[in-house]
Design a protein. Structure first.
Ligand code: GTP
Ligand code: MG
Length: 195
């Protein structure tokens, strides 16, 4: 898609009513600090539309980014951030679950995993959660630039095995630094949204 205009349209806190946008939505899930907001900026050719931070736990709301008044990219709160109290974590979990449950126009959920690390217990839970809500998660292996090229295939396999990816599931390596993987992700999103 040719990006013409983008804006942060809707921000939902824990108690907010979730919107019925009436437009195709693509959601991005993943643990805190994995690179969700950086991916969204990369996809939208913007440096700082989605707020990023080296401090985990930056995005604590569900943020809806309007793309060309045609579709929304949905930035979900990161999970697994140790410093957040359990009660707070449970609330975020519920909020994400509520979103996956209620969105009428959600076309796909991308699950982000740091390419350098094996999936965590929370990643596995999130993967299963997405599947149980009827979606086939598309995996983005983030921070590709941080890995030696010779390690890439091995680490992709470790992610596949760790999540027990279903056969035919997609896994796309991405770097917010080099933008490698961006075209492939857009091709997929165009297909999913009928752009
Ligand atoms: P929360 O909002 O806390 O859930 O985090 P997030 O998943 O939105 O992560 P964010 O995009 O804020 O990125 C976290 C940190 O990782 C920032 O310091 C980013 O600059 C860095 N980062 C993200 N993607 C990449 C990447 O592809 N390569 C490198 N080298 N750094 C990255
Ligand atoms: Mg974020």
């Amino acid at each position: 898609m040719v990006i013409k205009n983008v804006s942060l349209d809707i921000v939902c806190g824990i108690t907010s009513k979730l919107p019925d946008t009436g437009r195709p939505e693509i959601a991005f899930a993943g643990k805190s600090n994995v690179g969700k907001s950086s991916l969204i900026n990369g996809l939208l050719n913007r440096k700082a539309l989605a707020r990023t931070s080296s401090q985990p736990g930056k995005t604590q709301t569900i943020n809806f980014y309007n793309v060309n008044d045609f579709m929304y990219l949905v930035d979900l709160p990161g999970y697994g951030y140790a410093k957040v109290p359990e009660t707070e974590k449970a609330k975020w979990g519920k909020m994400i679950e509520r979103y996956l449950h209620t969105s009428q126009t959600l076309k796909a959920v991308f699950l982000l995993i740091d390419i350098r690390h094996d999936p965590s217990a929370n990643d596995k839970l999130m993967y299963d959660w997405i599947v149980n809500n009827g979606y086939n998660p598309i995996i983005i292996a983030t921070k590709l630039d941080k890995l030696k090229r010779s390690q890439v295939q091995k680490n992709i396999k470790a992610i596949k095995d760790g999540l027990k990816l279903r056969p035919g599931s997609k896994i796309i390596p991405f770097s917010a630094e080099t933008k490698q993987g961006k075209d492939e992700i857009w091709a997929l999103m165009d297909e999913l949204t009928g752009a």
